[in-house]
Structure formats: C-alpha cells, structure tokens
Design a protein around this ligand. Structure first.
Ligand code: PMP
Length: 409
C-alpha cells in the first residue's frame, strides 16, 4: 500500500506475525508443522451457549443493539463482577465491545494525548504496545525478569513513573508468562499509584478463570479499592468460555471514561453483535462447569510442559500460575551453533530453528518485550503437546553448545 497514514508507520510487523507466516509457508510446502503460536483455546464453545445464540436469532434479536451493550448482557456482567470479584458497578460503568481488544483500543483512543506514556510490564501481550503506538502514545516497557516471577514490583513501577505517565497496564494472570500476583503485591503497586493521581490502571483480567494450583483470583480494583475510580477492569468471554470467534469483551470503570469509550465505539463499530451478546450473557449466567473443566485441562498440560522442559538442557521454565502459555527461557542456547555452523544469536533465531528442525511454530520473547525466551501455547491436546515437546527436545539436541554458550541458569 502506498498511502498508509504515518500513524501506522510506528507499528512494525510483529515477530509472531512472521512466525505464523513462516509456519503457513512451511505447511504449504507439505511440511508437518505443529502451530503452538496461537492464543486461543482448542475447545469448542459449550453447547448451551450456542443454543442461546440460536434462540436469540430466532427471537428476533437481530437489530442494532445499544452501542454500550444490551441491557441483559450488562446486567449479567454486573452480576458477575459482584459475585466473582466483589466489585460493584452500575450500568453506566460498563461497556461491551468486539472483544477485550476493542475495549483496550477504545480506552486508549479516548484518553491518550500524543506523547503520553503507558507502562507495560514486560513480557506483555504484544498488541498493547501496537495499540498505544497507533494512537500516538509511548509504550514504556518495564522488564520484569523471571527471578521476580515476571511480576512488576513496586520499586520498578515507581522508577518507571514520569510526568507523562498516563496508564499502567496489568494482565492478571499474564500472557505470555502466566504471572500471578499475591494480594500484598497488588496492594504495594496500589500504594505507588496512590502517589501518582494522574495515572490510570488498565487491569486486563481475561485469563481470570485459567488459574492453577487452587489459587483464588483477585481483581486489581478489589485489591486496591481506593483506586476504584482510576481502574478500567477488562475482561471477556474469549478465553474462559472458548469463545474467541464470538468477539465479545467488556470493560468496567469510571462513568466518564466509559462514556468517552462509548463515543469512540459509536464511530467505529456501534454495538457488538446482538446474537453474540446473547450468547455471552448465557455464558456468564449459566453453569460454570465447563470453565472448570477447561482450566483443569490447561493445568494438566502446563504440568506436562513444565516436566518436559526440565529435562531439556539449555531451556528453563518455572511453572506458570495461569493462562495457557509457557514462556520458556532459552538463554542457555544463545551462542550455540546449528549443525550447519550458524550461530544462535537471539530468541528469534531459536524459534526459527525450532520451526526448521522441529516443525514447531513458537513465538520469540522479543514479541513480548523480554528476551531470550519463546512462548508456546498449551492450548493443544496432551498428545499434540507431548509430540511437540519430543520435537523441541530433538531440535535443541542438534544444537552444538560450547563452554561459553549462554547463561546456564
Ligand atoms: N488480552 C490478552 C492478554 C490476550 O491474550 C488477548 C487475546 N490473545 C486479548 C486481550 C484479546 O481478547 P479478545 O478475544 O477478547 O479480543
């Protein structure tokens, strides 16, 4: 395209886009590729949710819905927040959008002035950065090392604050690292924010229900009630209910922010699909048995991957506390050589090698702002994951590691 607007120039094609393109090309050549790059559950949407969509279509819920969401879905969201998160919201504090992604886009479009800074604890969901860049903001990545459990500490947050800071993004639990915070850690972050009244918090809680080892989930706004007016809580049905294709996400926060976000959405997409909203309401109102079943399955897969990585020299992985990814450390492979003598310089080289030698599509840590790591999705059956781990092990074993290779952490 020759006439793309300059605002798009800041957004570079992501490493994950490159990997999925390379995986598609390898498949087209007839190679057997296991794609672990994807960020969506492999389960089907539960039947009662599909039935609710069918019933809504039959009942004539086929017209433009209100821009900020149907009354029924907003009521279901408010009840969900009250019962699951101990958070009280009024209808004018809730917006329904085309996925959590649009909630985030609306919020940034509604609030960012050029040059405003957005703190992103790294590793972060790559789209956060791109959304901020498209809208003229400045993403400020704050590295959160594996030694800190990939969690942002109060000290690192304080150090990242400037007079231009506008937002802090949190992702509980996080994509890609599965980082989970204790209540005390959230409170400590809240204390820092207490000293910076201009800063808003976007708490993306879309992986809330995919939480392991019997942990209890705590919403950021519930942990720091004094900040309630400054927190935009983001959630959606994509991950918990295996509904990525239905495109329903929601946000809850101060009425003025929600009104501004609704103004943005009215110019982009209007209200989200009425039928999908009926399905999302059924998901929130109905049995949560399937959600628990999905979570148990993701936990067993997490255990499989953690056990297998432990046996692969050069790779490291502490058990993720939630979400359905493994963010695997590969410092031990940097400096190694491929059998044809090429040196592995970066995590992008590692993922290129895994694709070439193992037929595994994984995403380099650079796509999430922290290297050297690579992310695999654990949203695949245990059989597929076991085969994938065999292939990763074999591909890594072909690399020639010397005394100087990487940190052997
Ligand atoms: N936030 C995070 C952290 C995600 O990983 C994703 C999906 N990959 C989203 C938001 C977007 O979800 P949705 O399907 O609701 O747009």
């Amino acid at each position: 395209m020759t006439h793309a607007a300059t605002r798009l120039a800041a957004v570079k094609p992501s490493a994950s886009a490159w990997i999925s393109q390379a995986a598609r090309a390898a498949r087209a050549r007839g190679e057997d590729v296991i794609d672990l790059g994807l960020g969506e559950p492999d389960f089907d949407t539960p039947e009662h949710i599909i039935e609710a969509a069918h019933a809504a279509a039959k009942a004539g819920e086929t017209r433009y819905p209100p821009t900020d969401g149907t009354a029924r879905l907003k009521a279901a969201i408010i009840a969900k927040f009250a019962h699951e998160n101990a958070l009280t919201y009024a209808p004018d504090q809730v917006i329904v959008s085309n996925g959590a992604k649009q909630v985030i886009f609306n919020a940034m479009m509604a609030t960012l002035e050029p040059g405003d800074e957005v703190i992103l604890p790294a590793p972060y969901f790559g789209q956060y950065k791109d959304i901020v860049l498209i809208l003229g903001g400045v993403p400020v990545a704050v590295p959160c090392p594996a030694a800190d459990g990939f969690r942002l500490t109060a000290a690192r947050l304080e150090a990242a604050m400037t007079t231009r800071t506008r937002w802090l993004f949190l992702n509980l639990p996080s994509n890609p690292a599965g980082a989970v915070y204790s209540d005390a850690e959230l409170v400590a972050l809240g204390e820092v924010l207490g000293n910076h009244p201009r800063v808003l918090v976007l708490s993306d809680e879309i992986y809330e229900h995919i939480l392991f080892d019997d942990r209890l989930f705590r919403s950021f706004a519930a942990a720091c009630p004094a900040l309630m007016n400054r927190v935009l809580t983001v959630n959606g049905v994509s991950k918990a209910y295996a509904m990525t294709g239905w495109r329903i996400g929601y946000g809850a926060g101060h009425p003025d922010l929600i009104a501004a976000m609704t103004k943005v959405q009215s110019q982009i997409s209007s209200g989200a699909c009425a039928i999908a909203q009926a399905a999302a309401a059924a998901a929130l109102e109905g049995t949560q048995d399937e959600v628990r079943r999905f979570c148990k399955a993701f936990e067993a897969r997490r255990d499989l991957v953690v056990a297998r990585v432990a046996d692969i020299p050069g790779l490291t992985l502490d058990p993720p506390g939630g979400a359905f990814y493994a963010f695997i450390g590969c410092a031990g492979l940097i400096g190694a050589s491929t059998p044809d003598g090429r040196r592995i310089e970066s995590d992008a080289d590692v993922t290129a090698w895994l694709l070439k030698a193992g037929g595994i599509a994984a995403v380099p840590g650079s796509a999430y702002g922290l290297s050297p790591f690579f992310r695999i999705s654990t949203a695949a059956s245990q059989t597929v994951l076991a085969t994938a781990m065999d292939r990763i092990e074999a591909a890594v074993a072909q690399l020639v590691r010397t005394e100087e290779t990487g940190d052997q952490e």
